[in-house]
Each structure stands twice: as structure tokens, then as C-alpha cells.
Design a protein around this ligand. Sequence first.
Ligand code: TRP
Length: 336
Amino acid sequence: MTQKKVSIALTGDRPTGPLHLGHYVGSLLNRLVLQDTHKQYVMIADVQALTDNFENPEKIRENLFQVACDYLAVGIDPDKTTIFIQSMIPEIAELTIFYMNLVTVNRLQRNPTVKTEIQQKGLAKKLNAGFLCYPISQAADITFIKANIVPVGEDQLPMIEQSNEIVRSFNRIYKTDVLVEAKALVSKIARLPGTDGQAKMGKSLGNAIYLSDPSDVLAKKVMSMYTDPGHIRVTDPGKVEGNCVFAYLDAFDTRVDEVEELKNHYRKGGLGDVVLKKRLIEVLEGVLGPIRERRKQFEQDRAYVFSVLKKGTERTREAAQETMREVRQAMRLDYF
Ligand code: TRP
């Protein structure tokens, strides 16, 4: 067995849908590495998912199971990684309340991730306090376990920055070093565009390829992928930059030299989109095929999946209670 460092990694995903390739390159791959070198916690963020889905608890409940299946299928190993459910750790909610005093409403409104999401999801007119404050709750997610490394996609950087601000305020105000600052671990592939060419792949954007997509769905999504609208005839020179198919080949095709040749050929003209898309389908099938197979087995064994979540959640709670004791002491709330 590899020597585990004292370092603690934590991440999570909102169970608003099954996980997609953006999650895969953004942080799942890093988690597969970290589970051999760090103490790692992976959280299913159902509380955060509810902030803009509070009217659909069934949706979150079902997707919590789907996300758990995705984790296990990609190879997150419950013997190495503790997988837990956010809403089952009341200490996270408790910490969130304490942290609320340390963050101005103004600061929350300036959080770039929240701003973008409010815009994308059209939440401006019905912005509830829960959604606006989810960066505070995310700071509680990161700090309750004293995580110092957070493997995430680059869109989450402002969240970690805000969390670290809270850590510094808390430690300064309560004259303590209980809370620990965290570093983001951003993947080499900063972000994967959506199949429509938009900068970000997202469930709510309808441009995602899911780990659970069957072969025919995967093929269809690739065949309709955004390439270069100026590349009309095969003989036309084509653009590689901003072309989704190349972005995906860069991310997943390990034959780097061949991909470079294809890029040159495409730029010169004479290489059709269909040839490239067929190659991409093959490459993605190679990645997703085995995941899809394993996933099917977990999907059929709800009892096993929930036993993993229950064990992970119990283990997490013990650690949470330890941090809470220290926090209460620092805040002079340790009455008896
Ligand atoms: N905000 C993350 C997302 O939307 C999910 C998340 C919740 C998270 N809590 C976290 C990520 C703590 C990292 C650390 O995908």
C-alpha cells in the first residue's frame, strides 16, 4: 500500500443529474489519483443541490443514487475514499450558520461563480437566501474536515478563495488555528466545452455527455457536435481552435502525434468532420464503455450502494464532531 499523507482532500458534486465528461476531466480523474496518496472525502452535495431545486426533492433523491453509481463506476474505491451525504452531516449546517456572520451580503453578490449561475439559470428575480449563501455552506463543506486540498474544475476557484477568506477571518477573530486553508487542485484540462461549443458543459445547459449515456446516445451527441461553421466542404480549410471535436480529442485521445497530424490536415483542408467524429466516438467509447458496464451492476444493487454511503457518512460524522468541539471552544460556546 502507498503511504498516505496527513493531507486531506475533499470534493463534492451536486446530485442534480448524473455526472458528465466535464466532471470526469474536471475532478474525477484527480480524485482517482488522490485516493492513493491522501485521505480523501467525496461528498454528494444534496443540500447545495436543493438551493435551486427545493421544490423537487425527489429529483435530488434519485440523482444522489445516480451520482453514487457514477463514483463507484469510475473507480472511486470505498476502501480508499470516504463517500458521504452532505445533508446527513448536521455539523456542516451548524458551521454554515456560524460562518454567515463573517461574510457580507455584498461579498456574496460579487462571487463570480454565483453570478454566472444566477444569470445562466435565470434566478435573478427569485434569488433565495439559500442559493446566495451556498458559498458559505461550501466553505463549511471544505473546512469541517480540515481539508487542505480540493480537486475541482476551474469554475470552482472563486468558491475556494471565499472559503479561505472565511478561514482567515475565523482564525483571526477567535484567535485560533482550528480552521485550515485549502488549495484547489485544478485538472490539466482546465475545462471541457459543451457539445454545442459553449465554454462549459452543464446539465442545465443541455450540452453534456453523461458517463451513463448508452452507445447510441453517445454517437448521436458526437455526430451533432459543434465544429467549425465555416468548414462547409471537405476541401475547405477548417479551424481547430474552438472546434469541440479537437478539444475532446485533446482531452481523451492518447495518440497525441496522430491528433497533431489531423489538426494540420484539417487546417489545410481536405479532412471532413465525419472522419474526425467517428474517431472521437471510438475514443470516447473506449473510456466510457467499461464505466458504463460497471455502472449497470451498481445500479442494480441499491442495497450495496447505500451501504457504502451509510458507512462513509458515519465515518465522516465522527471527524466532523471532533472539529465542532474545537470550533465551539474557539467561539466560547463550550458551555458544558
Ligand atoms: N459546488 C460544487 C459543484 O457545483 C459542488 C460542491 C459542494 C463542492 N461542496 C463542495 C466542491 C466542496 C468542492 C468542495 O460542482
